[in-house]
Design a protein around this ligand. Structure first.
Ligand SMILES: Nc1ncnc2c1ncn2[C@@H]1O[C@H](COP(=O)(O)OP(=O)(O)OP(=O)(O)O)[C@@H](O)[C@H]1O
Ligand SMILES: [Mg+2]
Length: 311
């Protein structure tokens, strides 16, 4: 097992109460596996990614375990964690314009990572940066370009290149295709496939996305998040073919290829979650019990889990 997350809970204190962004998350990731994480806006996907890389804002309170090759990253001192980050676990963020450095050329940013984490000399780093850019489909002559000179798709490629510069075993990509037009999206999906399965069969990826089409195209397993909890997880094919949680069904129905039926009702506030199953106010199958007890994860097959009394 490369990554094993146990009972991960992350909350923020706010004037109105605790915002519980992830609530008892259990997840596993094997070497070479691509795990998709889907769910509505505000369900806790980015917070989960940040918790794995220990990049949560200082105001967040995290408990539980994030075991990476058996080592609990949540308990690691920051200087140790800095070594893990970059060399072992890399994350690319939801908003490329805010995470690329506007004052450095793309080449310099890649070279910087290589110097810091791989100990390459200046000249070697620059040469390797050019090679990496070519690998991700950016012509090497663009090595001197600044982020603002690149198109959205190229910026996303540049982010992926920087994330992969140290050849991490675990790559976390947060909404890598968001805001790109469809053809460019397809290219980025292809690139992500090439840099994981194609480049290193042992490399794992956690792919956070709103886009079920992207999840279907890339992932081996799928986890569906709702209001801070994983409410269903299993092999992607299985979850798509046989979704067991009413929320997963609604989410699949909301996909354009299925006629874009929006999931009824509103996402709950994470401050005052409804008692019982958080989804019950929006669920057509809700019974009395759903309004009282939170359902625990139930096994539906060897590798398919659902948190629903009705599944
Ligand atoms: N720094 C913070 N302070 C307070 N609350 C926060 C902070 N960061 C995130 N949250 C809250 O945690 C919850 C989960 O946020 P998160 O960004 O993980 O959602 P998400 O699933 O990534 O959404 P999206 O799909 O829009 O990216 C939200 O309710 C959000 O308001
Ligand atoms: Mg997010």
């Amino acid at each position: 097992m490369l990554l094993k997350i146990n009972r991960l809970r992350v909350y923020f204190k706010s004037a109105d109460g605790l915002v519980v962004a992830t609530d008892g998350v259990d997840l596993q990731l094997c070497p070479g596996e691509i795990l998709g994480l889907v769910g509505e806006t505000g369900s806790g996907k980015t917070v989960l990614g940040l918790a794995i890389t220990c990049l949560l804002p200082k105001t967040a309170v995290a408990s539980g375990e994030v075991l990476y090759r058996g080592q609990n990253l949540l308990a690691l001192p920051e200087d140790e964690m800095r070594k893990v980050r970059g060399r072992q676990v890399a994350m690319i963020f939801q908003n490329p314009s805010s995470s690329l450095n506007p004052a450095l050329s793309i080449g310099e940013q890649i070279a910087e990572v290589l110097r810091e984490h791989r100990g390459l000399k200046r000249k070697e780093a620059r040469q390797r940066a050019g090679e990496l850019l070519e690998l991700t489909g950016i012509p090497a002559k663009w090595i001197h370009s600044y982020p603002h000179e690149l198109s959205g798709g190229m910026r996303q490629r540049a982010m992926i290149t920087i994330g992969l510069a140290c050849a991490p075993s675990l790559f976390i990509a947060d909404e890598p295709t968001k805001g790109l037009d469809v053809t460019i999206q397809a290219q980025v999906v292809e690139l992500l496939h090439a840099v994981t399965k194609g480049a290193d069969p042992q490399r794992s990826m956690l792919l956070i996305t709103h886009d079920l089409g992207v999840a279907a195209a890339l992932t081996d397993r799928l986890a569906v998040m709702y209001a801070g909890k994983i409410i269903e997880q299993g092999p992607t094919v299985e979850v798509f073919r046989n979704p067991r949680h009413p929320y997963t069904r609604a989410l699949l129905n909301s996909h354009p290829s299925n006629g874009l039926m929006a999931v009824q009702g509103f996402s709950p506030s994470l401050i005052n979650l409804p008692p019982g199953c958080s989804f019950h106010p929006r669920c057509q199958k809700a019974r009395k019990r759903c309004t009282q007890d939170p359902p625990s994860a139930k096994r539906m097959g060897s590798d398919h889990e659902v948190r629903c009394f009705n599944a």
